[in-house]
Design a protein around this ligand. Structure first.
Ligand SMILES: Nc1ncnc2c1ncn2[C@@H]1O[C@H](COP(=O)(O)OP(=O)(O)OP(=O)(O)O)[C@@H](O)[C@H]1O
Ligand SMILES: Nc1ccn([C@@H]2O[C@H](COP(=O)(O)O)[C@@H](O)[C@H]2O)c(=O)n1
Ligand SMILES: [Mg+2]
Length: 196
C-alpha cells in the first residue's frame, strides 16, 4: 500500500535536461490524456512566493542550479498528490538525483509506471532557455551551464537506473513541438480517456 492508501495511482516521471520541453509536453499530455501535471520546479517556485521559511534557501539553490534537499521537494509533491483526486500524475523534473529517487520511493512507496525521457542537445536546450522569457532567475547563461553540469552528473544516473529496469521511454526532443507530441501520443495511447 502506498501513501495514498488503497487508491491505485499511475505516476509517470518526466525527465530531461533543462529546456528539453518537459513542461511544454506535459501541458499537451494533460489536455489529451487527463493526467495532473506536477512540476517540482514550479512547486518550489510557488513555495518561494508563498513566503515559506524555506523560501530563501530554495531561491538561493535555484539561482545556483543546485538540487534542493529531497525532504522539501517530496513534501510539496506529496501534499499536491493528496489534495488532488486524480489517479494519474505526471511528475516533471523529479527525481533529479539519487537522493530524490530513493527518498521518494521510501516515503511514498510509489514506483513509476515508466519514465518519459526527453533527449536533446545542450546547444538546442541553451537556445530555448535563453529565448524563454518567463523571467526565471535561472535562465541566464551562468546558471544554465551549472544546470547542465548537474543534469549530467546527478540526473542522468537516475535515468540510467530506470533504464536498467527497462522503464525508460526515450523521445527525440530536438524536433518541433508538434512532432515531439506525436511521439509522446504513441506512448500514452494506452492511457487514453475512454469516452462512453
Ligand atoms: N520542441 C521544441 N522546439 C522548440 N522550442 C521548444 C520545444 N519545446 C519547448 N520549447 C520552448 O523551449 C522553452 C523551454 O521549454 P519548457 O519550459 O517546456 O522546458 P523544460 O524542460 O520544462 O525546462 P526546465 O527544466 O527549465 O523547466 C520554452 O520557451 C518552450 O516554448
Ligand atoms: N527535483 C527538483 C526539481 C527542481 N529543483 C530546482 O528547481 C530548479 C528548476 O527546476 P525546473 O524543473 O523548473 O527546471 C532546478 O534547477 C533546481 O534548482 C530541485 O532542486 N529539485
Ligand atoms: Mg519546466
Amino acid at each position: 500500500e502506498n501513501m495514498l492508501g488503497d487508491k491505485k495511482v499511475t505516476v509517470v516521471f518526466v525527465l530531461g535536461g533543462p529546456g528539453s520541453g518537459k513542461g511544454t509536453q506535459c501541458s499537451n499530455i494533460v489536455e489529451h490524456f487527463g493526467f495532473t501535471h506536477l512540476s517540482a520546479g514550479d512547486l518550489l517556485r510557488a513555495e518561494i512566493k508563498s513566503g515559506s521559511e524555506n523560501g530563501t534557501m530554495i531561491e538561493n539553490m535555484i539561482k545556483e542550479g543546485k538540487i534542493v534537499p529531497s525532504e522539501v521537494t517530496i513534501k510539496l509533491l506529496q501534499q499536491a498528490m493528496i489534495k488532488n483526486e486524480n489517479d494519474k500524475f505526471l511528475i516533471d523534473g523529479f527525481p533529479r538525483n539519487e537522493e530524490n529517487r530513493a527518498a521518494f520511493e521510501n516515503v511514498t512507496k510509489i514506483s513509476p509506471a515508466f519514465v518519459l525521457f526527453f533527449n536533446c542537445s545542450e546547444e538546442e536546450m541553451e537556445r530555448r532557455l535563453l529565448g524563454r522569457n518567463e523571467g526565471r532567475v535561472d535562465d541566464n547563461i551562468e546558471t544554465i551551464r551549472k544546470r547542465f553540469k548537474v543534469f549530467v552528473e546527478s540526473s542522468l544516473p537516475v535515468i540510467e537506473y530506470y533504464d536498467a529496469k527497462d522503464k525508460v521511454k526515450k523521445i527525440d526532443a530536438a524536433k518541433p513541438i508538434p512532432e515531439v507530441f506525436e511521439d509522446v501520443k504513441a506512448i500514452f495511447a494506452p492511457y487514453a480517456k475512454v469516452i462512453v
